[in-house]
Design a protein around this ligand. Structure first.
Ligand SMILES: [Zn+2]
Length: 352
């Protein structure tokens, strides 16, 4: 693939996508271009330059190792044609609402639901770029419960339980939202919340939270922490509504997406992975082309180590809840709380 074209190296439309990737060889060419722009680089010895062999693999000109562009990536040893992988990736990246395993299985005539499910999960796993920049500027942080309210699910799968998730969103005046993060957390303790903020927000940022004690101590971690209390706003005659609007908006979009595209059939062990997909799409919602998202997703896919099926189905639950010191448990996430009164009262139903 010598002269890539269109939106500058990604297809801009379904028509262009189909024209670019008719065969597995077309897909291999594209992956090679992503993996080794300009020239083959040996994954073993780091030498630049090599030969393409008859079977499509490359041979290093220095150490003679033979390798393929898919070796050591999420496409390693896949039995699914690359054209199907590319079609899945195109759907995932370009459909504004994403795509479910069930609809992929139907639309692309993928043999089994498990295959479609595993392909989507492999792609979701790569969407978090290692070393991605943390959020900055003014960031609102809050928690919410996700799941748990869906009706009986088809296929005899277990009902989802509620999972606590922390949300961080960049906000700008007057009401603009920047990038966001949503990650399942074990509980609303200071340990969990501080770790979440440290992982996802750049030190020095202005962090706005509610008055929950789990957020105390963020100043010591290097943040300009502004705890705000609805109650205080109300008693001082201010309108408490705008408090933490960013996390509210993001949480409702994420929940609507989980209930819509996935019909709520997301088990809590994999919720984090679905939320990664949501964040990937949300943070690129202003991309000038959906095709660019396809390009970004594939670029991440060839840079990502293989993912074993066993690892995908392994239960990746949030850490078990550690014992909570008396008086600090039962923080009902503010998104579930009634707006004003007695916000820190133990909810009774959920204590962690
Ligand atoms: Zn080599």
């Amino acid at each position: 693939m010598d002269a890539l074209r269109a939106g500058v190296h990604y297809p801009r439309s379904v028509g262009e996508f189909q024209a670019w990737f008719r065969t597995d060889a077309d897909c291999l060419d594209y992956l090679e271009w992503l993996q080794w722009p300009g020239c083959f680089v040996c994954p073993d010895c780091g030498q630049r330059g090599g030969w393409r062999l008859g079977d499509g693999r490359f041979m290093c000109c220095a150490c003679g190792v033979r390798t393929s562009v898919t070796a050591g990536t999420i496409f390693d040893r896949t039995r699914t044609p690359l054209t199907v992988w590319f079609a899945v990736c195109w759907q995932l990246a370009t459909d504004k609402e994403g795509v479910s395993a069930l609809s992929l299985k139907r639309v692309l005539e993928i043999g089994s639901y498990q295959t479609a499910w595993a392909m989507l999960h492999r792609l979701r796993s790569v969407l978090v770029r290692p070393g991605r920049e943390r959020l900055g500027g003014t960031v609102e942080v809050d928690e919410t419960y996700i799941g748990g309210e869906e009706p009986e699910l088809p296929g005899g799968r277990a009902r989802g339980k509620k999972v606590l998730a922390a949300i961080a969103v960049e906000v700008s005046d007057p009401r603009g939202l920047g990038r966001c993060r949503i990650v399942p957390i074990a509980d609303a303790s200071a340990t969990s919340l501080h770790a979440f903020v440290a992982d996802h927000v750049e030190p020095g940022a202005r962090v706005i939270t509610d008055g929950w004690m789990g957020y105390r101590g963020l100043t010591k971690l290097g943040y300009l922490h502004e705890p705000r209390s609805r109650r205080a706003a109300r008693t001082s005659g201010q309108d408490p509504t705008p408090l933490l609007q960013g996390p509210h908006r993001v949480a409702s979009l994420a929940k609507r997406w989980l209930l819509g595209t996935h019909q709520g059939s997301v088990d809590d062990a994999h919720l984090g992975s679905y939320l990664n997909e949501f964040v990937f799409r949300f943070n690129r919602r202003r991309s000038r082309s959906r095709g660019m998202l396809f390009y970004r997703a594939l670029e991440l896919a060839v840079a990502h180590a293989p993912i074993r099926y066993q690892d995908l189905i392994a239960q990746r639950r949030p850490r078990p809840v550690p014992p909570v010191p008396p008086g600090t448990h039962g923080h009902p996430p503010s998104l579930e709380r009634p707006p004003a009164e007695r916000p820190w009262r133990r909810s009774g139903a959920n204590s962690g």
